[in-house]
Design a protein around this ligand. Structure first.
Ligand SMILES: NC(=O)c1ccc[n+]([C@@H]2O[C@H](COP(=O)([O-])OP(=O)(O)OC[C@H]3O[C@@H](n4cnc5c(N)ncnc54)[C@H](OP(=O)(O)O)[C@@H]3O)[C@@H](O)[C@H]2O)c1
Length: 242
């Protein structure tokens, strides 16, 4: 059976990705603080893990990855999806703890999970794929979104670092900028006060003008095109290409 690990499965794109993968017959391991109600069945396993508590990631996930390896899956995919959009504001306005918390979930956790994934699966014969869910903000500094953008830039470097470090022939890593999706993250952005986030009207307009794409639509394309299709190792894909 094909196996996939998805972080952030309580809602949004992660919930939709896990549902799409289950619908395609994958064994899915959801990782996060909670799991969406619709993720059910024998092929679904939920592992409770607060990805902001980075010291707990390895002891929690190492035995899970060992179980997945022992089942000898036909292929294995890790989707680093979980993220937080805050804190929002200009540099100079943050407290250190809020910056550290955001970087923990958005960058330290994916690096830690990927390190474990490479240890567990870096030498297995089955095809392996890491998808790092990034953002257009990985390369664009939008005023007020520093901690998020900085983490996404680091996440795209993680993709390139995997390519540099892991030489197994069936191992692939890509970044994905998934476009603008109708999730809680978008509603969080459009609810920000203008004093903290000068670009809030851009996010309000995404919603008002009907530009947001339902997460099930985005997830379906990601699974069809990137998980089941051939990908170019190390590349950053955008939603428009899917
Ligand atoms: N929405 C967009 O327009 C958009 C655009 C570009 C990129 N993205 C990227 O797409 C991905 C999915 O975003 P989304 O829009 O689906 O966001 P979302 O609706 O806010 O969902 C975020 C997910 O991350 C989880 N998460 C947050 N903090 C966590 C923690 N400490 N431990 C474990 N899980 C945690 C959340 O779980 P809890 O319920 O436990 O908080 C939730 O399942 C993210 O990487 C995001 O940066 C989104």
């Amino acid at each position: 059976m094909k196996s996939a690990i998805v972080t952030g499965v309580s809602r949004g794109l992660g919930e939709s990705l896990a549902a799409a993968l289950l619908a395609h017959g994958f064994a899915v391991t959801g990782v996060g603080r909670a799991s969406a109600d619709r993720l059910l069945g024998e092929r679904y396993r939920f592992v409770r893990c607060d990805l902001g508590q980075v010291a707990a990631i390895e002891p929690t996930l190492a035995p899970v990855f060992a179980d997945i390896a022992a089942a000898r899956p036909r292929s294995i995919c890790l989707i680093n999806n979980a993220a937080v959009a805050g804190p929002v504001g200009a540099l100079g306005t943050f407290d250190a703890a809020s910056v550290a918390d955001a970087l923990a979930v958005n960058l330290v956790a994916p690096v830690t999970l990927t390190n474990l994934f490479c240890r567990a699966f870096g030498a297995v014969p089955a095809p392996c794929l890491v998808i790092n869910v990034s953002s257009g903000l990985a390369e664009r500094a939008l005023p007020g979104s520093g901690p998020y953008s900085i983490a996404k830039a680091g996440l795209e470097m993680l993709t390139r670092q995997i390519v540099a470090d892991v030489k197994a022939p069936g191992f692939r890593a890509i970044s994905l900028r998934p476009g603008i999706i109708d999730t809680g993250m978008q509603s969080f952005m459009r609810e920000q006060p203008r004093e903290a986030f000068a670009n809030v009207d851009m996010f309000r307009d995404f919603h008002a003008s009907g530009q947001l794409v339902p997460p099930d639509v985005v997830a379906g394309k990601i699974v069809d095109r990137l998980v089941l299709g051939e990908v170019e190792n190390g590349r950053s894909y955008s939603y428009k290409e899917l």
